[in-house]
Design a protein around this ligand. Structure first.
Ligand code: ATP
Length: 567
């Protein structure tokens, strides 16, 4: 198949916003796409060159692509930069300056070239990446150059999100959206659109219902619902519940196969190299042939006392790992099991899973333990446990259903798990993970930094970041010094295309949505100023940076609306 067939789809998608039409265009394409190329075509249509969790990226920024465009077109670099500044888009810049009239490159060839770029590492890698891209841009049409450049920088600007692709796969291969639920379930344990496309094309619904759990393929973490009142929790979770300490650390999904152990983060990244101590600890204290365990890792002091999340974050590093293992020991608190000895436990109830989890723990030691918990339905006991946890310095408690249907809902935030935090006890609304999209220069004492930042919530449907609050309190001097260092990398000359803000909102600087901050809020109110469904967070207070969260994992607009309705 020629790459320009995919370009045709991109061109059509760019012109429309209607979800139904997007799905239909994609479905029509999938029906015609040769089966042998369906996998790579699906990745490309999702704007990537691999599955999200494998995270293969070309590692080229706009400035490197600009250099490749200059070389491929023979034009002066200053002219390329001028056009880039005008369009703000590497794709449109490439389209204007390079490209033959006719081109006939295959999808495979383009895909392979993008992977070759991704593979180049080490010194001179930038130059080599530029050469590969230049050679590619020299032999494609200008329209193809547009989308290749966008794929290279990872900004497709299209409406074909993962959901639309899943819908379209269902329509293309089963004639309707009937397979969507099965596809959704499969996607949570196998977040790989290309692989799912191949499976449904080959064996229809059967191909995806048979998707199993695999070693080293991370499963999306189950998430917890937030609640306004204890009463609501009792209504939603009748009967006995598992009331657990809510640890303030980093989520870890541990994959074990014999002596092989890999650890994945909440972002599905392989973080095993950062935690060789946890890997060793699991090897020595967990007994199984194979398993996938779920837990929270916390920094602890020599006596086993839990330390702050920020301390743990110092373990997120590429260098001096051994030194920091000694400096900041950690303990993994296990609370769930998803797979044991070649059997998936996702569809089993929590009591069954917990029993299996317990059976794998040979010894509880200073580096691995079962999460602290009680099983009860007595509100008084829950309150007592909650207070005890707060006294200990925990964030609060997690309340989990023990009912027959208390399965592991991968990637889902539902009422089987509910979080109850100290902010509720203080009468504050809750904490929100917000994405910084702009900043206002500091004045007076804060002249060396930003005075406040503009924060947004994520809208999964439109894939846009909608402004929600302006945050100026809670920053320590250290935080203020860190702000420009952390944010300036993501400066954008104009409002990023995926930020949705009213005209009246004019920060001094815009940022691409990358950095997530945890913010405590007092109240959600209606506000004509913000685009988060007309809602805004009042009296926000900065708590900490959240480097463990990607912008897409920030609080969603849906959660904010739900929260507001419950008031
Ligand atoms: P979320 O993970 O729900 O998007 P978040 O990362 O901001 O949100 P919280 O909302 O504070 O975190 O709470 C949920 C998180 O708490 C879980 O993702 C997990 O990392 C952590 N956690 C700590 N203790 C437990 C526990 N006992 N059971 C489940 N999760 C726990």
């Amino acid at each position: 198949m020629l790459f320009n067939k995919i370009v045709d789809v991109f061109e059509q998608l760019e012109k429309i916003t209607s979800g139904n039409k997007i799905r239909q265009i994609l479905a029509d394409f999938f029906k015609k796409c040769p089966k042998s190329e369906l996998k790579i075509a699906t990745y490309l249509l999702s704007g990537r060159i691999s599955s999200e969790y494998k995270g293969v990226i070309t590692g080229m920024s706009n400035s490197l692509v600009i250099r490749a465009i200059a070389l491929a077109s023979g034009k002066d670099k200053s002219l390329v930069i001028k056009i880039f500044k005008k369009t703000g888009d590497a794709g449109l810049t490439a389209q204007k300056l390079v490209g033959r009239k006719r081109a006939s490159l295959s999808v495979k060839r383009v895909f392979q070239s993008l992977h070759r770029i991704a593979k180049v590492k080490g010194s001179k890698s930038q130059d080599i990446k530029i050469i590969i891209l230049t050679n590619l841009l020299k032999i494609v049409s200008s329209k193809e150059a547009k989308y290749i450049s966008r794929l290279v920088v990872g900004k497709m600007r299209l409406g074909a999100g993962d959901r639309a692709i899943l819908d379209a796969l269902s329509i293309a291969f089963t004639g309707s959206k009937q397979a969507r639920k099965a596809l959704d379930n499969a996607y949570q344990v196998n977040p790989d659109l290309g692989d799912l496309a191949e499976r449904i094309a080959k064996k229809k619904i059967k191909g995806i219902t048979s998707v199993g759990v695999l070693f080293k393929r991370p499963i999306k973490s189950m998430l917890a619902q937030r609640s306004k009142s204890m009463q609501e929790i009792f209504n939603k979770i009748p009967g006995e519940m598992s009331v657990e300490e809510k640890y303030d650390g980093e989520r870890m999904q541990v994959h074990i196969k014999g002596k092989n152990i890999r650890i994945f983060s909440r972002r599905l990244e392989d973080i095993s190299q950062q935690y060789p101590d946890v890997v060793d600890c699991i090897r020595q204290n967990i007994r199984c042939k194979s398993a996938i365990l779920d837990g929270e890792c916390c920094a602890v002091d020599k006596k086993g006392k839990l330390l702050h999340f920020q301390t743990l974050m110092q373990r997120r590093r590429k260098y001096d790992i051994e030194k920091y293992i000694k400096k900041i020991p950690v303990c993994l608190f296990l609370f769930d099991i998803l797979y044991l000895n070649n059997k998936s436990y996702l569809q089993k109830s929590y009591p069954e899973r917990y029993k299996a989890l317990k059976s794998t723990v040979k010894r509880q030691t200073s580096c691995v333990r079962l999460a602290n918990r009680i099983v009860t339905k007595d509100p008084k006991k829950i309150q007592k446990f909650f207070k005890k946890m707060l006294k200990k310095g925990s964030e609060g408690i997690m309340i989990k259903s023990l009912a027959k249907d208390s399965v592991y809902k991968a990637g889902t935030r539902g009422w089987l798990w509910v979080k109850w935090k100290k902010e509720y006890a203080k009468g504050m609304v809750d904490t929100f993970d917000l994405v910084v999209v702009g900043a206002y220069r500091g004045k007076g004492k804060r002249a060396f930094s930003y005075g406040s930042v503009l924060c947004a919530v994520y809208d999964k449907k439109s894939k846009k970041y909608n402004t929600f609050t302006k945050l100026g309190t809670g920053f320590t001097d250290k935080n203020l010094r860190e702000l420009p260092k952390i944010l300036n990398k993501y400066k954008s000359k104009e409002k990023p295309f995926n930020v949705n803000a009213k005209k009246e909102i004019k920060p001094d600087v815009w940022f691409k949505p990358r950095i997530v901050v945890e913010v405590l809020g007092a109240e959600i109110t209606k506000s004509p100023l913000h685009t988060a469904n007309g809602l805004a967070l009042r009296f926000p207070r900065f708590l900490r940076f959240r480097p463990d969260k990607s912008a897409r994992q920030a609080t969603s607009i849906r959660e904010v609306v739900q929260f507001y309705r419950k008031k």
